[in-house]
Design a protein around this ligand. Structure first.
Ligand code: LLP
Length: 423
């Protein structure tokens, strides 16, 4: 079987490796649950986009919500990436990783005044504005600071990305963006506001998209709007087409990043928009298959109806299966002899929804280390402290060496900010 994450993730004999590091040994050294990433895999994914965009005016803005560890940001900044952020907290991470705010675009439906002030002072490249009310607030904040806010309007193209409803964002019923029919009016208003500097147009239709067609449909809708906006004398410097490219978790076959970019560029050129700067905001497709979550089997609980394999990672460490019924591969770090049985792989959290995989054929024993695959995106970033569980450590493998890039949380850290009442 080809592992998602190959060639960085591979077997030598029975043992699973990420780059040149044996994962079972890494788990024994650093403990579990443990997130492990391959720096080479992330670099390669970013370079695939960069190569396809070469020769074009562009900026690849990594959607850091997918994985915002500072070492990940540092790695991608060194590749020339910018960042798509959705909070002031993410902006502070970009700056802490040593990347400039001038490479940052700020998305999200609920930007607060304080976040706008911080982003304007830092000098972000563009605000992706998602409503008329936000536009007015941004104008107000920018004027108070004596500046002008660079803006794209995020358009909701009403295109079905044919993905899970929770991660679909470009439909009329989603909270995101300005509906297509109203976008022209928002641009007219933006052009009149003294604190707003119209720079571009933006859209994002969803995540884990595995087909080209929804992208091209959305692009056509966006270009229609570009033409309508420019016909009114409002210039648009860049096109931001969002992120959303899917990865292989099981048998999905999404287009490769370069095939996606080529198809987009072809359509852009065919419609005579080739000179415009192109921004993309990929998240999952940069980091998803670059990471795994390691977890140790605690107990086996065979039953008449179900067999449970109880591991030490839970929904608080990796919520995707519980939240989206997402299927993620689970394999042993060292394969053992014996006939596999069918197990539900579950965590220790007190919820029936706390599972990582259902009906998985595995030959396992307590003490074995399992790897949950394709866990580099929307894994650690969505972790919580439910059940007062400390969050996992993170390790980055780079050129044969394993670096701890985030310490395991300690229990005392978890309630350090809490206070007993005075009596
Ligand atoms: N840009 C915007 C405005 C977004 O909202 C998103 C993701 C991205 C870019 C990056 O999309 P990507 O390339 O990673 O698909 N937690 C969910 C995914 C939520 C995605 C939300 N928006 C999951 O685990 O599947």
């Amino acid at each position: 079987m080809t592992l998602p994450g190959a060639p960085w993730l591979h077997r030598r004999g029975r043992t699973l490796y990420l780059e040149d590091v044996a994962l079972d040994a890494l788990a024994r050294t650093h403990g579990t649950p443990l997130y492990v990433y391959s720096r080479a895999a992330m670099r390669d994914a970013a370079r695939r986009y960069e190569r396809a965009l070469a020769g074009r005016s562009h900026l690849l803005c990594y959607a850091m919500k997918a994985n915002s560890n500072l070492a990940v940001l540092q790695t991608l900044a060194a590749e020339g990436c910018g960042f798509d952020i959705v909070s002031a907290g993410e902006l502070e991470r970009v700056l802490a990783a040593g990347a400039p705010a001038s490479r940052v675009v700020f998305s999200g439906v609920g930007k607060t005044r304080a976040e706008m002030v911080r982003a304007l002072q830092a000098g972000v490249r563009c605000f992706n504005v998602e409503s008329l009310a936000e536009l007015d607030r941004l104008d107000d904040v920018a004027r108070a600071l004596g500046t002008r806010a660079p803006v794209s309007v995020r358009v909701n193209p009403d295109v079905d990305a044919r993905t899970h409803p929770y991660i679909s964002t470009g439909l009329r019923d989603n909270k995101f963006g300005v509906v297509h029919d109203e976008a022209l009016a928002v641009y007219r208003r933006a052009a009149e506001l003294p604190g707003i500097d119209v720079r571009g147009i933006d859209c994002h239709i969803g995540s884990q998209i595995t087909e080209l067609a929804p992208y091209l449909d959305a692009l056509d809708r966006v270009l229609d709007l570009v033409e309508a906006v420019e016909a009114e004398g409002i210039a648009l410097h860049h096109l931001d087409l969002g992120g959303g490219l899917g990865i292989t978790y099981t048998d999905e076959q999404p287009p490769a990043a370069d095939a996606l970019v080529r198809a987009l560029l072809e359509r852009i050129d065919a419609r005579g928009h080739g000179a415009r700067e192109l921004l993309l905001e990929p998240g999952r497709s940069i980091v998803g298959n670059a990471g795994v979550l390691l977890t140790e089997v605690q107990y086996l609980k065979p039953g008449a109806h179900k067999n449970f394999c109880i591991v030490d990672a839970a929904m608080n460490d990796l919520v995707r299966p519980a939240m989206y019924e997402a299927w993620m591969g689970i394999v042993p770090c060292v394969e053992r002899d014996g006939t596999p049985s069918v197990w539900d792989v579950v965590g220790p959290v007190c919820e029936s929804g706390d599972w990582l995989g259902r009906d998985r054929a595995l030959a396992v024993a307590p003490g074995d280390v399992l790897a949950v695959l394709s866990a580099g995106a929307y894994g650690m970033v969505m972790a919580s402290n439910y059940n007062t569980r400390a969050r996992a450590a993170e390790v980055m493998v780079d050129a044969g060496r394993a670096h701890v890039v985030r310490d395991r949380e300690t229990t005392t850290q978890l309630f350090a900010g809490e206070h007993l009442l005075p009596d």
